[in-house]
Design a protein around this ligand. Structure first.
Ligand code: ADP
Ligand code: AMP
Length: 211
């Protein structure tokens, strides 16, 4: 399976990715996670990306396209992959096409904007395993600790002002990809405003796969 997860910040892409990657045994490739790792390691790429991420803007296409192309060339992607947070612009989608990477389906997770704001402001991430929790909708075992024992933190771009900017950027720059992929017969839309397991069940049935 070669899949792309599309949807606004907070739609549940990372949450569903954990379930999808287990089900299909494919690597989960999140450009957001890769860029955060590059920032934490203070690589030149991470330092370049930092100001865009802090402002809730997109990192320039050439930077992101480069890291994805490198990742997709790894042997573990030969039998499939799950892209999360990429492509985010038509230019990125064209760049992916130019690498002759076949995509089987693009799953668009749809959630109303007011719910997205609630989800992002209550999101807590594990420093150790990267899992996303929500203080109210998907509460961790304790407010400070993940199930794996790792420490939980709040992403700096999950502050209300940056959240609004990221949602605007999604509408302006990423949502046109829905029509773009629909025209190519690849788009499947799923209602993301349901419990996590129900969203996952809808994704599997939209892909024509049984549990
Ligand atoms: P994305 O990767 O699309 O930005 P996440 O998977 O990190 O989104 O989810 C955003 C927040 O919403 C997290 O705090 C997560 O625990 C919570 N969440 C994810 N899916 C659901 C859902 N179906 N219902 C309620 N909360 C959810
Ligand atoms: P995410 O973890 O997907 O919410 O992404 C966090 C931030 O990383 C975004 O707000 C962007 O600044 C940057 N980013 C992640 N993926 C991309 C992408 N495909 N193109 C441009 N910027 C990206």
């Amino acid at each position: 399976m070669r899949l792309v997860l599309l949807g606004p910040p907070g739609a549940g892409k990372g949450t569903q990715a954990e379930l999808i990657k287990e089900h299909f045994n494919i690597p989960h490739i999140s450009t957001g996670d890769m860029l955060r790792a590059a920032r934490a390691a203070k690589t030149p790429l991470g330092q370049q990306a930092e100001k865009y991420m802090e402002a809730g803007e997109l990192v320039p296409d050439d930077i992101v396209v480069g890291i994805v192309a490198e990742r997709l060339a790894q042997p573990d992607c030969q039998n499939g992959f799950l892209l999360d947070g990429f492509p985010r612009t038509v230019e990125q989608a064209l760049a992916l096409e130019r690498t002759n990477t076949r995509v089987d389906a693009v799953i668009s997770i749809e959630v109303p904007r007011d719910i997205l704001v609630e989800r992002l402001s209550g999101r807590r991430i594990c420093r150790q395993c990267g899992r996303a929790w929500h203080v109210q909708f998907n509460p961790p075992p304790s407010l400070q600790r993940c199930q794996c024992g790792g420490e939980l933190y709040q992403r700096s771009d999950d502050q209300p002002e940056t959240v609004r900017q990221r949602l605007d950027v999604y509408e302006a720059q990423t949502s046109p990809l829905k029509d773009w992929y629909r025209q190519r017969g690849l788009l499947v839309a799923v209602d993301g405003n349901q419990p996590i397991e129900a969203v996952f069940a809808d994704i599997l049935s939209a892909l024509g796969v049984s549990r």
